[in-house]
Ligand binder design. Structure first.
Ligand code: PAF
Length: 282
């Protein structure tokens, strides 16, 4: 596996190859990331992963400074998973000057849920992903990028970006990987104390319960959804969580559902100082 830090080095590493398959990450890799790498491997002629903790997608009070940087261990895991090229730009490689041009996603999709509680988050994500796409796919007729479904809204926003800019890139969703007890794998799980780690599965359990209730109330969902969501939030809050949202949405645009819509339940909640997210398609 080749490790490159600069755009020129990345481009010359990829020059001899055809269609890249790409897995962008912020590092601190766990089995969820490695599953994406293994899924991406047969989808291109060369497997590229990136590791970059993107300042633009963190709010000032969030964990940008403390986000774990574990490049050496990550590189070893990627090598073992079959990665061909690791692109690990330093801040000055990707942002040599302040990034004043940004990709502004549709507020109807990007200012709700995660975007409501993390304003500007999706602008930061879209901007860095567009930049990473330019780095990896420039000069290529086609490519594939794989993103985890745990970040459900992120995947939808990025799909819209690819569609609206007519990028010749196929986005593929990787299923959420879970620990034995059902907790969705996430780099931020590493922030949890032992007791919090035991408790953390309750977010996914609350979402599964909400999904079951949404199915039972499907015929009257628009009227009942607020009450179901409130009960789910209260149940989690009673266990000591601070929920941002636990909600039932329609899959197509993440708006409140109408009868007959395909549904997804999504949640974000803080346990101690750690903010976790999860979702299930219903
Ligand atoms: O999902 C992530 O890890 C990040 O949001 C991404 C897509 C790598 C952009 O920084």
């Amino acid at each position: 596996m080749l490790i490159v830090h600069t755009l020129p080095d990345l481009r010359s590493a990829l020059a001899a190859h055809g269609r890249p398959a790409f897995v962008p990450t912020m590092g601190n890799l766990h089995d969820g990331h490695l599953a994406l790498v293994r899924q991406a491997k047969p989808l291109g002629d060369v497997l590229v992963a990136s590791i970059f903790v993107n300042r633009l997608q963190f709010l000032p009070h969030e964990d940008f400074d403390s986000y774990p940087r574990t490049l050496e261990a990550d590189a070893a895991k990627l090598r073992a998973a079959g990665c061909d090229v690791l692109f690990a730009p330093r801040e000055q490689d990707l942002y040599p000057e302040p990034q004043t041009f940004k990709v502004q996603p549709d507020p109807l999709l990007a200012d709700i849920l995660e975007g409501q509680f993390r304003p500007g988050f999706f602008t930061g994500v879209c901007t860095v992903v567009m930049k990473l796409f330019c780095a990896v796919f420039a000069g290529k007729a086609q490519g594939t990028a794989v993103f985890g479904q745990k970040d459900y809204q992120q995947l939808m926003v990025l799909r819209r970006m690819v569609q609206q800019f007519a990028l010749p890139i196929e986005l593929v969703a990787g299923p959420t990987q879970r620990a034995e007890d059902g907790l969705a794998l996430s780099s931020r799980n590493g922030y949890l104390s032992e007791a919090e780690r035991q408790e953390a599965v309750q977010l996914s359990l609350a979402l599964r319960a909400l999904a079951r209730e949404a199915v039972s109330a499907a015929h009257a969902l628009p009227n009942q959804v607020a009450a179901l969501e409130q009960r789910a939030r209260e149940a989690l809050a009673a266990r000591g969580w601070q929920p941002d949202y636990l909600t039932v949405r329609r899959r197509s645009d993440l708006q409140p559902p109408q009868v007959g819509d395909a549904l997804v339940v999504l949640g974000a909640a803080r346990l101690g100082t750690t903010r976790l997210i999860d979702n299930f398609e219903v």
